[in-house]
Design a binder for this molecule. Structure first.
Ligand code: NAD
Ligand code: UGA
Length: 455
């Protein structure tokens, strides 16, 4: 294997190809994207996404054996293996709108590969796709009209944003699905050999194609389900005097359950959890598995409930009116250590606060440009400030919506002194020390805990 192409230079394609290039100096890795601005940013060493550690990896191999290009066609002709990491959002039109995956980018890519590939080419699905998409890809690629011979593998990506480089460097597992034929097994081995440059062999799992495709959807559904489960518990905690962090610790100490992904919050966001569950729901419905579909759909419904519930709690605590009150929103990214706001709970929370005629001032250390774009249509009720102290000046309440470490370390005495009184703090991430802030004078409403109020 001498040449790899990655199609799609986004959150997955950019970092995953960069890590391959870093560990495989003998392989020329090219990443192609239809968006020339993205390509130029990657090629300059200033990537279009924020990801801790990414610049160091780029520094090690950019221009050496890692290159970015907008010349998709030329790059396809030269590649022995092609990873496809294009976006697969939820369909917004026609049949399956709101649930099914929109496969137009993916199918266009398959057709471009067919037209321009020359020699034997292994095509690797890295995008998250509905089960049996590889079959559709094979139909296009094997359908004739091309000069090359193809093998199709499924190699879903499990990285999380904010920890992408660590996840890629030390994956829990690499999953490779391929055809159960001699040829399919050879293709699987070729890809496994690439990962073997840095991943221990026992972490490289091989399966049939459909298991690999389904495992990706199921893994995200399980993770999201844990978050919705603990968020459901958080609602009970607030009414009963239990503390969700204590309950999570007690539950997570059971080795059969484990401690990860039990942080209650304002709801999960990110480009994938909701999209992938809805995709699974659609798949179940198409196969007549309505009960299974309803089961998974409830994970998304609970998440929407959690976001609504957060705003309702704010409204009730603040004397049932938010009109003309200033609310400082601390964090717009869907989680810490990313500038990504896709499906961030902050979007819904801000829109609901604006619907109550509150004045919302958003601050975020990385995602402020994205927040401005997202709320461009929101009118004069919304403003933005890089400085959290300025955002909170004169505010009636602070709402912590992203778990940025810097929000733990703010001077809350100073914040409190500059706010309208009585000052409220709604902690959607259980980030701050609620008792300490209560002692300062805040009325503190943390997720999954009874209020600490002076009123
Ligand atoms: P993204 O939107 O950040 O990147 C996709 C890129 O593909 C864009 O730069 C776009 O311009 C490019 N593209 C689209 N059509 C193209 C075409 N025909 N030719 C060349 N380039 C094209 O998306 P992402 O977050 O990287 O996600 C990609 C896939 O990976 C999705 O299926 C997603 O579900 C999956 N995934 C994402 C994550 C994550 O953390 N973001 C993690 C695991 C899996
Ligand atoms: C998630 C999965 O963790 C990855 O394995 C997967 O590859 C990726 O989706 C994908 O397919 O795109 P990501 O969305 O980047 O990764 O981030 P997570 O750390 O999973 O967080 C998702 C959301 O859940 C965030 O809004 C986060 O704040 C929230 N969350 C997470 C909680 O509210 N509580 C938790 O305990 C964990």
């Amino acid at each position: 294997m001498k040449s790899i192409l990655g199609i799609g230079a986004g959150y997955v394609g950019g970092p995953s190809m960069a890590v391959i290039a870093k560990h495989c100096p003998g392989i020329r890795v090219v990443v192609a994207d239809i968006n020339p601005h993205r390509v130029a940013a990657w090629q300059s060493g200033e990537p279009p996404i924020y990801e801790p550690g990414l610049k160091d990896v780029l520094g090690a191999c950019l221009g050496r054996n890692l290159h970015f290009t907008a010349d998709l066609e030329g790059a396809i002709a030269d590649a022995e293996m092609i990873f496809v990491s294009v976006n697969t959002p939820t369909k917004s039109f026609g049949r399956g709108a709101g649930k099914a995956a929109d496969l137009q980018y993916w199918e266009k890519t398959a057709r471009t590969i067919l037209r321009h590939a020359r020699g034997p080419t292994i095509v690797v699905e890295k995008s998250t796709l509905p089960v049996r998409t590889a079959e559709a890809m094979e139909r296009i690629l094997f359908g004739g009209g091309g000069r090359a011979e193809f093998d199709v593998l499924s190699n879903p990506e499990f990285l999380a944003e904010g920890t992408a480089i660590a996840d890629l460097e030390h994956p829990d597992r690499v999953l490779i699905g391929g055809a159960e034929t001699a040829r399919g097994r050879a293709a699987i081995q070729t890809l496994a050999d690439v990962y073997a440059h840095w991943v221990p062999p026992e972490r490289i799992l091989t399966t049939n194609v459909w298991s690999a495709e389904l495992s990706k959807l199921a893994a995200n559904a399980f993770l999201a389900q844990r978050v919705s489960s603990i968020n459901a518990v958080s609602a009970i905690c607030e009414l009963t005097g239990a503390n969700v962090m204590e309950v999570a610790r007690a539950i997570g100490s059971d080795r059969r359950i484990g401690p990860s992904f039990l942080k209650a919050g304002v709801g999960f966001g990110g480009s994938c959890f909701q999209k992938d569950i809805l995709n699974l729901v659609y798949l179940c419905e198409r196969h007549g598995l309505d009960d299974v579909a309803r089961y998974w759909e409830s994970v998304v419904e609970l998440n929407n409930y959690q976001k609504r519930r957060f705003v309702e709690r704010m409204l009730h605590a603040m004397f049932n009116t938010l009109a003309d009150k200033r609310i400082a929103v601390f964090g717009f990214a869907f989680k810490a250590d990313t500038g990504d706001i896709r499906e961030s709970p902050a979007i819904q929370v801000c829109r609901e606060l604006l619907a109550e005629q509150a004045h919302v001032c958003v601050t975020d250390p990385r995602a402020l440009p994205e927040a401005r774009r997202e709320l461009a249509d929101a009118g004069p009720g919304v403003s933005f400030d890089e400085d959290p102290y300025e955002a909170a000046r004169g505010a009636h309440a602070i709402a912590v919506l992203t778990d940025w470490q810097e929000y733990r370390e703010l001077d809350y005495e100073r914040l409190h002194a500059a706010m309208a009184q009585p000052a409220f703090l709604f902690d959607g991430r259980n980030l701050v020390d609620a008792e300490r802030l209560h002692a300062i004078g805040f009325n503190v409403y943390a997720i999954g805990r009874p209020a600490l109020s002076h009123l």
